[in-house]
Design a protein around this ligand. Structure first.
Ligand code: SF4
Ligand code: SF4
Length: 266
């Protein structure tokens, strides 16, 4: 982490960037995001296994943009989000400096987004064994069993939208859940309203989710809403040949191939 701090200080001192987005220690020993604007403050940067928040979420925030050009501390989940955001034309290469961080906290220098894309090729987006077992169990359920499972899983949701706020791919300035002309999604956190919100969210993230789990980590109720987007990733792979985060293929939802499966239209 020393090299990351050193580079961050150099960038701030030379005014190559105006802010470094990274992790620092928050309350109760839990890391939180830090927005360092002075080279003297880089020592507060940390990196450990608990740094799970996806910092790329800040790259599209107006409050951060107005600070000036950022550098961002980027472990694997952040790197994936950067490439996905770039493929969706939300960020440009010359607009930020990426301070890549290896799992053990070492600085990885990336010259450009293509270098990040190349690095990501060595890490597929597979879920861990325990999660895989759960996802397979859900997939093997009958329609009735699955309906019951998701109704029960989502019953606790009280629509605080912390999951949306934590997701780097939820960057719309106005979300459909807040529109009332027309009112697409019921405001109340009742059974039907919760289902509609989560189905809409999962559909909007189909083939865009970077499997970072930041949404689940942010949920005060510990809801496994990330399972929905993980299952969508499987579907995107099986039905549309989605091969993971890449600069070239763009967004699954906005691209079209003449041989795309249409077996979901009945
Ligand atoms: S839906 Fe959840 S897991 Fe997927 S990118 Fe957003 S925060 Fe990460
Ligand atoms: S963070 Fe949890 S409780 Fe809040 S809207 Fe998302 S799923 Fe519902």
């Amino acid at each position: 982490m020393d090299n990351v701090k050193k580079r961050a200080a150099e960038l701030l001192k030379s005014e190559a960037v105006k802010v470094v987005i990274g992790y620092t220690m928050g309350t109760n020993g839990k890391p939180r995001a830090a927005f360092i604007q002075n080279a003297e403050d880089v020592d507060s940067l940390i990196f450990n296994a608990q740094c799970v928040q996806n910092l790329a979420v800040y790259l599209s925030k107006a409050e951060i943009k107005q600070l000036g050009k950022p550098a961002i501390v980027a472990p694997l989940n952040v790197l994936r989000a950067i490439i996905q955001l770039a493929s969706e034309m939300q960020i440009q290469e010359n607009e930020l400096i990426v301070l890549g961080v290896s799992p053990d906290g070492e600085l990885i220098d990336f010259q450009n987004f293509s270098a990040i894309e190349k690095y990501l090729e060595d890490f597929n987006m597979e879920v861990d064994a325990k999660e895989k077992e759960t996802l397979e169990k859900i997939s093997s359920m009958s329609l009735e069993e699955r309906w019951k499972f998701w109704n029960e899983e989502l019953a606790e949701c009280f629509k605080c939208y912390a999951c949306r706020a934590a997701c780097p791919m939820c960057y719309c300035h106005k979300c459909a859940v807040e529109q009332n002309k027309p009112q697409w999604i019921p405001v109340a956190a009742h059974r039907l309203g919760n289902l509609e919100w989560h189905i809409m969210r999962a559909m909007h993230l189909a083939g865009r989710c970077v499997n970072c789990d930041a949404c689940h980590e942010a949920c005060p109720k510990g809801i496994n809403l990330n399972f929905l987007t993980k299952l969508m990733l499987n579907d995107a792979q099986e039905e549309f040949g989605y091969t993971g985060v890449t600069l070239k293929e763009g967004n699954l939802l906005s691209t079209f191939k003449t041989n795309d499966q249409e077996n979901f239209i009945q």
